[in-house]
Ligand binder design. Structure first.
Ligand code: MF3
Ligand code: CO
Ligand code: CO
Length: 284
């Protein structure tokens, strides 16, 4: 027997709003719909937006300072000092035991790279810096790629296509479309360019906590996965690989995610709010 999840509940005796009717229609059709708790209030969205502004300022600072010869621990220090000086808290620091304030993922590292004194950036490296800020209790999460000097045409293409995948995913996400529409569009674009999409890690709801529902997978079928309703806040953060999509986690540190074939990987991430007109970026 198929059990339907009745996520969308209307308080007893309450009059159905237009939104209730619309979401209940999809729920009755058998689609996965959000709980009411995933629909942020305007006040909450403004809180996440403010956190996003600080998070963007942190990444802008990294963009200004990053250079060949710098170690990734210096990036971590920049992020920590700037965030704290502006009243924020780096969400990564201590999150499930993560030891640093930001993730720095170089070349074949897909994500969750740990900044280190030993890791020195070199000409031609491609580096993802993934930063999440907590401000007044609200979370904003974004990452960018940085190319150190000039890199190979193929690595540059990977960086560019990964960015296009984020934009294409954003366009695919319309009010009352589905998470699967985002994944389908991203996977299509990556494959067309000869690249693969990481399947073991995904985007996520965000805002009141670091990782909320839904899982925003970056592959899949149109019309599947959770319904996207105005007021939902979530990330899209496709990890695009030059070779195989398969990855492993470094056993020594328990965090660093690396491509199985050790070919390069690239990722861009933004936090978005779903509006009546599509996704608005909260981490610009
Ligand atoms: N910022 C990452 C994300 O996009 C999560 C990093 S968790 C950490 O979801 F513990 F590694 F920092
Ligand atoms: Co992130
Ligand atoms: Co994220």
């Amino acid at each position: 027997m198929i059990r339907k999840k009745n996520n969308w509940r209307v308080p007893k005796g309450a009059e159905l709003t237009e939104l209730d009717k619309r979401v209940l229609y999809y729920q009755n059709e058998g689609h996965l719909v959000p709980t009411r708790g995933l629909i942020k209030t305007p006040e909450q969205i403004e809180g996440i937006r403010k956190s996003g502004l600080l998070n963007t300022a942190v990444l802008d600072l990294v963009a200004e300072k990053i250079h060949a010869g710098m170690c990734t621990a210096e990036i971590d220090k920049l992020v920590y000092d700037f965030t704290v000086a502006h009243g924020g808290v780096p969400a990564c620091l201590g999150y499930e035991g993560f030891p640093k304030s930001v993730c720095t993922s170089v070349n074949e590292v897909v994500c969750h790279g740990i900044p280190s004194e030993e890791e020195v950036l070199e000409e031609g490296d491609i580096v993802n810096v993934d930063c999440t800020t907590i401000l007044d209790g609200y979370y904003a999460d974004a990452s960018r790629m940085f190319v150190i000097g000039r890199t190979t045409p193929q690595k540059q293409k990977l960086v560019d296509v990964a960015k296009e995948c984020l934009e294409i995913g954003r366009e695919a996400a319309q009010p009352f479309s589905f998470v699967g529409d985002i994944g389908h569009a991203i996977e299509k674009h990556a494959k067309k360019n000869g690249f693969s999409v990481v399947r073991d890690l995904c985007g996520h709801g965000v805002g009141l906590e670091f990782h909320e529902e839904p899982d925003v997978v970056h592959y899949g079928k149109k019309g599947t996965g959770m319904l996207l309703v105005p007021g939902m806040v979530f990330t899209i953060e496709p990890m695009i690989n030059m070779g195989t999509w398969e990855v492993f986690i470094d056993e020594e540190d328990g965090w660093t995610v690396v491509t199985e074939d050790e070919l390069p990987s690239a990722q861009w991430e933004h936090t978005f709010v779903m509006t009546e007109n599509g996704l608005e970026i909260l981490t610009y």
